[in-house]
Design a protein around this ligand. Structure first.
Ligand SMILES: *Cc1c(COP(=O)(O)O)cnc(C)c1O
Length: 382
């Protein structure tokens, strides 16, 4: 009944973890879920108010524009200017997305011919792989490992892959490893993309979730990046708006236009009222971001200290709301955490074969719950 490509979809580990969690909950276990990469904090009030006001205006009730309201695209351009010093033409270099996942899922359709390679980091956000599969491209997994700061080694990519490579996904600050990339890495990527004619898609979903004075750059800050690439960004993590489904693709006009042409044929844009609220988010007071980061930092420090005390090898991340902790066997560790401590953590192998040897903890739970999680972990054999 199903098309053959469905057979190639990776076994959905996250669905299995959900089932295991549901099973524990039904047994009355007080489960602490550190698995989901979804902020527990609410969207700031002024953004919610802006949605309510906009939703009452019947003007917002029609089909939105395919590219996004020009006012939204101007607000994105203004935000990129003030945050990164990057100048974008709102008409041609900014496109509204229904969340950045949507852009990531659609972009290979525009740039990858069947059989051409997509380069994606492994471990990585699973959508890079599935979008490659749906576009009938071939995946080349660039391993990322602790000894290289979880950055891919571009020189290791075989020449025959490079000859047929069409697109590369990168993502720093990184999910799931929480690694950040130095500017020199982005410069290397621009050079490499130019040399091999590769479209670069940088996924910058976590640029605002940073700690200890670290400021994440935009890929588009790098000289030449605007010619070879595009950046997927999103309000989801920055303003606790994962449920709203609003993001943006910015960069090379030609690449933005290619993605736009695919989207015109698939979706009909993001709800105008949400775009109005997103304008308020991007152009209104930004102190909510620093407040959220302070909360995440306190949680990070508590979890990292607790994990170290019980013998985990962990580094405090400079960005993202994840802690990537080394373990012997990722599935066994996650199973024991759930069985013996009632804690959900994500086995690294769920993000790719090179994620084996790690579990990912999301610090999207209160300090009190994280303290409880640390206490429980100290009492089980890990
Ligand atoms: C959360 C996340 C996204 C998707 O966010 P949207 O809600 O679709 O904007 C994209 N990439 C990574 C790496 C993420 O963790």
């Amino acid at each position: 009944m199903y098309a053959r490509r469905m057979d190639h979809l990776p076994p959905y580990l996250f669905a299995r973890i959900d089932a295991m969690k549901a099973n524990k909950l039904s047994q009355g276990v007080d489960v602490i879920d550190l698995g989901v990469g979804d902020p527990d904090l609410p969207t700031p009030d002024h953004i919610v108010e802006a949605l309510c006001t906009a939703a009452r205006d019947p003007e917002t009730h029609h089909y939105p524009s395919y590219t996004g309201m020009i006012e939204y695209r101007k607000a994105v351009a203004a935000w990129y200017r003030s945050r990164f010093g990057v100048d974008l033409d709102p008409q041609s270099e900014v496109l509204a997305l229904i969340g950045s996942k949507e852009g990531i899922a659609h972009i290979p359709e525009a740039f990858v011919n069947p059989g051409e390679y997509v380069l994606a980091t492994d471990p990585g956000y699973p959508v890079y792989k599935t979008s490659t599969l749906f576009s009938e491209g071939r995946l080349y997994e660039m391993p990322i490992a602790a000894e290289n700061g979880f950055l891919p080694v571009l020189d290791d990519i075989p020449a025959d892959v490079l000859r047929q490579a069409a697109l590369m996904f990168i993502n720093y600050p990184n999910n799931p490893t929480a690694a950040v990339a130095p500017r020199s890495f982005f410069e290397e990527v621009v050079e490499f993309a130019r040399e091999h004619g590769i479209v670069v898609v940088h996924d910058n979903a976590y640029s605002e979730i940073t700690f200890d004075g670290y400021r994440a750059p935009s890929f588009l800050e790098i000289d030449g990046a605007m010619e070879v690439g595009i950046e997927m960004h999103s309000l989801s993590k920055t303003y606790n708006m994962t449920g709203w489904r609003i993001g943006m693709a910015c960069g090379s006009a030609e690449i933005v236009a290619g993605l736009g042409r695919v989207k015109t044929n698939v979706d009909s844009g993001a709800f105008d009222a949400i775009q109005h609220a997103a304008i308020t988010a991007l152009s209104g007071p930004q102190d909510c971001i620093g407040q959220a980061c302070n909360i995440y930092r306190e949680r990070r420090d508590l979890l990292v200290a607790g994990l170290r005390e019980i013998g985990f090898d962990v580094q405090p991340p400079k960005a993202t709301f994840y802690v990537w902790a080394a373990v012997e066997d990722s599935i066994a560790a996650a199973a024991r955490l759930l069985d013996e401590a009632g804690i959900v953590a994500t086995p690294g192998i769920g993000f790719g074969t090179n994620g084996e040897g790690y579990v990912r903890f999301a610090i999207t739970r209160s300090l009190e719950r994280i303290r409880e999680a640390v206490d429980r972990m100290g009492r089980v054999s890990l």
